[in-house]
Design a protein around this ligand. Structure first.
Ligand SMILES: [Zn+2]
Ligand SMILES: [Zn+2]
Length: 255
């Protein structure tokens, strides 16, 4: 079987087998501020919170999703310059600050499925058309090390990945990437330390294949890009042709 037909077949199998996660009934309140909603507000975010969590379209660098001037050409973005990102593109729902930051921090706690689902849907609403045009084959969440997952109880990006895959009718591989070792939290490390911290941190689980696949990686936050770049490097070494990253929040320091 050729690579293209393999992924087409995987896509058609995927269509029929997704769980119904995301269709469960949540209380009819805004999942961010808890205000009662009218019945017809299906996104579970009130009109006041919508612009707080999903900025109106601003120019973002197509490579790293940094909010930057529209006049920057590819390669001129100050947040990309001098960086050897191994992913080909990035998409972000919002700027990692204020309400977006607060919402993402809440998602680290269990029992936040309503908010996680609402945030994922906002991300999907924003980018689904672009993703369909790219014809991604696979959606893969950035994994946690099993030890940390055991403590936290869930991995935030898993739910987003499942909902994206369901919307695109493609394969969701939540266990495709594994963390080979425990890494230190990236927060508080300098950019070079972050790169060293995640170097060779990922591997493909035995039995999975990505040759010829276009992969959409999912994470909560993109800061220096070190983690997503290392995951993209792992996927490309295994034969993935395109790897892009989608996150809820893009954190960027001023340059
Ligand atoms: Zn609200
Ligand atoms: Zn950039």
């Amino acid at each position: 079987m050729g690579i293209a037909s393999f992924w087409n077949r995987a896509r058609s199998i995927g269509n029929g087998t997704f769980s119904q996660l995301g269709d469960v009934l949540f209380p009819n309140v805004c999942s961010y501020c808890d205000v009662d909603l009218d019945v017809e507000v299906t996104r579970r975010i009130c009109d006041a919170c919508l612009p707080r969590l999903s900025e109106s379209p601003t120019h973002r660098c197509p490579k790293c999703a940094a909010r930057c001037a529209e006049t920057f050409q590819s390669g001129e973005c100050p947040w990309c310059r001098g960086r050897d990102f191994r992913f080909d593109g990035a998409y972000a729902l919002g700027h990692y600050a204020q309400n977006v930051r607060d919402a993402i921090l809440r998602l680290k706690h269990p029992r936040q499925d309503a908010l996680a689902t609402a945030m994922a849907r906002l991300l999907i609403e924003r980018y689904a058309e672009q993703w369909e045009a790219t014809e991604f084959d696979l959606v893969v969440p950035i994994p946690m090390h099993w030890f940390r997952r055991a403590i936290q109880g869930h991995n935030g990006p898993d739910l987003t990945a499942t909902l994206v895959a369901k919307r695109l009718g493609i394969v969701d591989y939540p266990r495709l990437l594994v963390r080979r070792r425990r890494t230190r939290p990236q927060a508080g490390l300098t950019p070079p330390q972050r790169r060293d911290n995640v170097h060779n941190a990922f591997a493909l689980r035995n039995g999975y294949r990505v040759e010829g696949a276009k992969v959409l990686l999912i994470d909560d936050i993109l800061t220096t890009g070190a983690t997503c770049s290392e995951a993209a490097r792992t996927l490309k070494r295994a034969g993935a042709t395109t790897v892009a990253v989608a996150v809820l929040g893009r954190a960027q320091s001023e340059v």
